[in-house]
Design a protein around this ligand. Structure first.
Ligand code: HQG
Length: 346
């Protein structure tokens, strides 16, 4: 976008998102302004803005984030998202987002976000980005950027609604803390160039490898014990409530996986959301046997067996690659790559 237009775009953000009264403009309930009225009132307000229909079209087309949109016959215009005006309803239909979204913010806000989750503040929604790099840009506007990972798929499962603005920003009302991962970039300076970021990320791979090596004896001991486990899986097939004991085995492995975690606060940061979900179903949901579980046996108990095998797989991969690698590789074997996914540092 031409430099002169940036200023104009900012002015349009002001009147179409926050303060139409600045130029005496009115927006309809869906946030639309009449184009002719906008042009006239801008001219009245400050002729130096130089806003004509041609210029307005250029702003809409070349705007880096496609902030504004015309209706079909270009008689109306509105901002696609970002409103603080309370009475504007963009009329967006709820839509399922991809399984993960990102939120860019600044480091100094993390503490408060850890307490309250993401709140919409003045705006109508919390804004989420589709990809990591966009989130870095959003974060930079506020200070030293940090990127949060949002488990949007779990939010959808739990009944939260999402909306997609015309310019591809995902919107929702509130993101409670349990759906946010503060994970892999904690303490990493994201304002640097991409190479630096990748280097920083790989440093977490090195930490993971080193942690595995440091705990190898214990990991192997656990592996030996697990190799001799027969009963709990048998109990699943035998339809015996003793299968519930497998949860203890899973948690035992999880404790070790937390011990080798490359994160500074493994308990807070946990694992990637897939494994968290598997663990939730396999060790928390319906963790005590009840008579009625018998009627839906596989539905109730299979997740427990499944979680055990997943945990066991990660333990096996940690031992395997802890022995194989002298340093964290750039070209990864799949089992090692799976471990980096586990800790969200891929
Ligand atoms: C933070 C841009 C403390 C939040 C982008 C953010 C976006 C908390 C700030 C759009 C918090 C709000 C919106 C909590 C949230 N404690 N801070 N509990 N919860 N925050 O500008 O998402 O360039 O209203 O992390 O593309 O940064 O304007 O929202 O840092 O789509 O077109 O409170 O603006 O588009 O800041 O950005 P904002 P945002 P434009």
């Amino acid at each position: 976008m031409r430099k002169e237009l940036v200023k104009l775009s900012k002015f349009l953000s002001l009147v179409l998102r926050h303060k139409p009264q600045t130029i005496g403009l009115t927006l309809d309930k869906n946030g639309w302004a009449d184009v002719q009225e906008l042009l006239d009132k801008c001219l009245e307000y400050d002729g130096l803005l130089g806003l004509s229909m041609d210029v307005l079209e250029e702003v809409v087309e070349t705007n880096d984030k496609k902030r504004f949109a015309f209706n079909e016959d270009k008689t109306k215009i509105r901002a696609s998202q970002g409103h603080s005006l309370k009475n504007v309803d963009l009329g967006l239909e709820p839509k399922d987002p991809p399984f993960r979204l990102y939120h860019g913010t600044s480091e100094d806000r993390i503490k408060s976000i850890k307490e309250k989750g993401l709140v919409k503040g003045n705006r109508q929604h919390v804004h989420l980005s589709l990809d990591f790099d966009t989130a870095v840009k959003v974060g930079k506007r506020h200070g030293k950027p940090q990127v949060l990972f949002i488990s949007s798929d779990r939010m959808v499962q739990d009944g939260y609604k999402f909306y997609l603005s015309d310019n591809n920003v995902w919107l929702t009302d509130h993101v409670p803390v349990k759906y946010i991962k503060f994970g892999p970039y904690d303490g990493i300076d994201l304002s640097g160039d991409v190479d630096e970021r990748i280097k920083a990320r790989y440093s977490k791979h090195d930490i993971l490898l080193q942690n595995i090596k440091d705990n190898m004896e214990e990991l192997e001991k656990e592996w030996e014990v697990l190799g001799n486990i027969e009963d709990e899986v048998y109990r699943f097939y035998h339809h015996s409530f003793k299968v519930y004991r497998i949860q203890q085995r899973t948690l035992q492995i999880v404790e070790l996986l937390l011990k080798i975690s490359p994160h500074e606060n493994p308990d807070d940061e946990g694992f990637c959301h897939y494994f968290e979900e598997i663990l939730y179903d396999g060790t928390i949901r319906d963790s005590e046997w009840e008579l009625k579980h018998n009627e839906r046996w596989t539905q109730k108990t299979r997740p427990k067996v499944e979680a055990f095998f997943h945990a066991k797989y990660f333990l096996q991969m940690a031992i395997k690659y802890g022995k194989k690698y002298d340093e964290a590789p750039k070209m990864m074997d799949s089992g090692w790559a799976a471990l980096t996914e586990l800790y969200d540092i891929r």
